[in-house]
Design a protein around this ligand. Structure first.
Ligand code: ATP
Ligand code: MG
Length: 444
């Protein structure tokens, strides 16, 4: 078995920590003095089990609560002064966030037992471990064939210093793809500047993009650099390029051909070295046919097209994306929520996600706040047109599974999470109960 690693947060009670520390010889202990230090350790490595030695200072409870809520993947065991247990807020914190708790003076044997139990549950439960790096990178998440292909395609295109046209439905990840093109290109150290052509008033967009000379128009009191110039050495992301007015399409084409720009009100050319990455959710060939988009600009931009697939074409990624959202917004979640139910993932797979990844982020985030159970349920997601399966439609197999899960929950609740008692109650061995709990992603 692997070395048992323990994160021990003393919460500034070093003296008592040393007493307890003596009992932890079987563990590889990382001892930190403050919650802030523990946060730092957890941002770099995963710990399945944590020991929280409370200092008795109730003014810190709020900070501790936030911390425990954020790091819900760790099975926490707390040690408190018995007097503290009279405080309702602390009792609530213990009941909601802790795997187990002890009062001082600690009974060493019971502490060893409860730490070992937490470790065993972690091994059994194989709780998905957040990968701090992948979560922090904000990169294109997914293991589906469509996303693997997209990432490989982007890697190739990023290496070529030419314009890129990204198409995809709303919320599918076009801007993320543009950032990835930039980050993987030789221009990565340069600026990445984004402008949404649909959001800027047509009267302003010319000067926004190309800049202006002092006195070029009423209100132009000073010379102003445009975004293209500002993106020099890097990339400019022109979002919703289909909404660029026709006269500006001509100016953009000139820039792509000659690599120079004119500020509004000036005849002086300025050389600009910026890569254009454009995105659209409208069908540009149709816009060309309708005369709303210049054909020559379309061909210039679409030498290296990237299509970001809609979420419904990569439903295998739903669970990974949900996990990403779950970890990102862990601090906001309703305190008893520990994970996402299999039923919720099944319901998500039935839904078509017209708003794509952005819709998924919003729905899961909202559901995490409003959820009332230990696991996020299909109804929490409020997916239009998706009726969570009733036991009859669900088939006998799932009905049995649901009944099994409910029985485990009930007996754990009745026994106050005492595994031996719950196992006796259910008429199974402790090992069988552990196995069943792991199967249903239930942690005590
Ligand atoms: N594969 C992915 N992995 C992780 N996050 C993603 C992924 N795809 C999209 N996102 C996230 O979803 C949200 C929407 O993505 P983005 O803004 O790139 O979409 P878009 O196609 O530009 O949307 P719109 O058309 O509305 O402008 C962002 O928060 C983005 O970080
Ligand atoms: Mg966008």
């Amino acid at each position: 078995m692997s070395v048992k690693r323990l994160l021990c947060v003393t919460n500034e009670d070093g003296a008592y920590a040393r007493v307890v520390y003596g009992e932890l010889r079987a563990w590889d202990v990382c001892l930190v003095d403050t919650v802030a230090a523990a946060r730092k350790v957890l941002s770099q490595q995963h710990y399945a089990v944590g020991l929280l030695l409370d200092s008795g200072d109730s003014t810190r409870d709020e900070e501790t609560e936030r911390f425990l809520r954020r790091h819900h993947h760790v099975r926490w065991i707390g040690v408190f002064d018995p007097v503290r247990l009279e405080q309702p807020a602390l009792r609530h914190l213990i009941a909601t966030h802790l795997f187990d708790f002890h009062t001082r003076p600690v009974d060493p044997l019971r502490l060893q037992h409860s730490l070992g139990h937490a470790h065993g549950m972690a091994v059994l439960g194989k709780t998905p471990q957040p990968n701090p790096r992948s979560a922090a990178a904000g990169r294109i998440t997914g293991n589906s064939e469509a996303i693997v292909r997209l990432r490989a395609h982007i890697a190739k295109i990023a290496a070529v210093d030419a314009p890129v046209l990204i198409s995809g439905e709303s919320g599918s990840g076009k801007e993320l793809a543009a950032q990835e093109v930039h980050a993987r290109s030789q221009r990565a150290a340069g600026p990445f500047i984004a402008i949404n052509c649909a959001a800027v008033a047509p009267a302003l967009i010319h000067s926004e993009l190309f800049g202006h000379e002092r006195g070029a128009f009423t209100g132009a009191a000073k010379d102003k650099q445009g975004l293209l110039e500002a993106a020099s050495g890097g990339s400019i992301f022109l979002d919703e390029i289909g909404d660029l007015p026709l006269d500006l399409q001509a100016s953009l084409l000139r820039f792509l051909q000659e690599r120079v720009i004119y500020r509004v009100g000036s005849t002086r050319t300025i050389a600009v070295d910026a890569r254009v990455i454009a995105a659209t959710h409208v069908n540009l060939p149709q816009a060309v046919a309708a005369g709303r988009f210049r054909e020559d600009l379309y061909y210039r931009l679409s030498v290296f097209p990237i299509r970001v697939p809609p979420l419904r074409e990569r439903k295998e990624d739903l669970s990974l994306l949900t996990e990403l959202v779950f970890n990102k917004y862990a601090e906001e979640r309703s305190p008893q929520l520990k994970g996402v139910s299999r039923e919720a993932l099944q319901a998500m797979a039935q839904y078509d996600w017209p708003g794509n990844v952005r819709e998924l982020i919003n729905r899961v985030r909202r559901a995490m706040v409003l959820a009332e159970h230990r696991l996020l349920m299909p109804e929490d997601l409020e997916l239009p047109g998706i009726v969570p399966l009733s036991p009859v439609q669900d088939g006998l197999g799932n009905t049995r599974l649901n009944a099994e899960r409910a029985a485990i929950w009930d007996s754990l609740a009745r026994s106050g999470n005492n595994i031996s008692q719950a196992a006796r109650d259910l008429g199974v061995s402790r090992m069988t109960l552990y196995r069943l709990m792991a199967k249903h992603s239930i942690s005590p």
